[in-house]
Design a protein around this ligand. Structure first.
Ligand code: FE2
Length: 191
């Protein structure tokens, strides 16, 4: 009897290990890759006080705009951020001073390797928060809320949001149960 219990226990441990490995694999495939998340943690630790929220917006947008071509221009950036070109020039000079980008002739902006890493990290953070808010079915002001949250969210909370959205992606039937639960609740509590 005792031997049988041990066999069952070993088998259960084996099953737990298999499930754990599967979940880990899924997390890497579905969400922010581990390597990028590590970069994000590094960024949060070292540079958070250096870059203002506005500087983060610039870096994220420069990364978006130059993702395909490898560069962007002051005018395009000004239009994308809805600010005046002189304000862009000012900020660009600051970011060039800390070696995140190069500001070249004719308004051409090119990210330095560190800037590319940071830009990608910031874009990942943005996308993660937006994904999370979408799970909550937030439609009005989705972008605005994402923009506000991204500058204040902690590393730990971001990690939690990543895991939760990955979990819902992996188990859509549970996500559906959650959404049905919410729909019932909203109806119930509405005046
Ligand atoms: Fe953003």
């Amino acid at each position: 009897m005792e031997a049988l219990q041990i066999i069952i226990l070993v088998y259960l441990l084996y099953l737990i290990k298999l499930t754990y490995n599967e979940l880990r694999k899924t997390k890497v495939e579905v969400g922010m890759p581990e390597q990028e998340f590590f970069t994000f943690r590094e960024y949060m630790r070292k540079d958070q006080e250096i870059l203002s929220a506005s500087a983060e917006d610039y870096m994220e947008m420069i990364y978006r705009l130059s993702e395909e071509t490898g560069f962007t221009r002051v005018n395009d950036l000004a239009a994308a951020l809805n600010v005046q070109p002189p304000s862009v020039t000012k900020m660009i000079q600051k970011l060039a001073d800390v070696h995140l980008l190069k500001y070249e002739k004719y308004g051409v902006i090119m990210l330095e390797p560190g800037g590319v890493k940071l830009g990608k990290t910031l874009l990942n953070r943005h996308n993660l928060i937006e994904r999370f808010l979408s799970v909550l079915d937030i439609k009005d002001g989705l972008l605005e809320s994402t923009e506000k949250m991204e500058h204040t969210i902690s590393n730990e909370i971001l990690l939690g949001l990543r895991d939760l959205t990955d979990f819902f992606d992996e188990y859509p039937e549970i996500k559906e149960q959650f959404l049905a639960f919410r729909r019932g609740k909203i109806k119930w509590t509405e005046p």
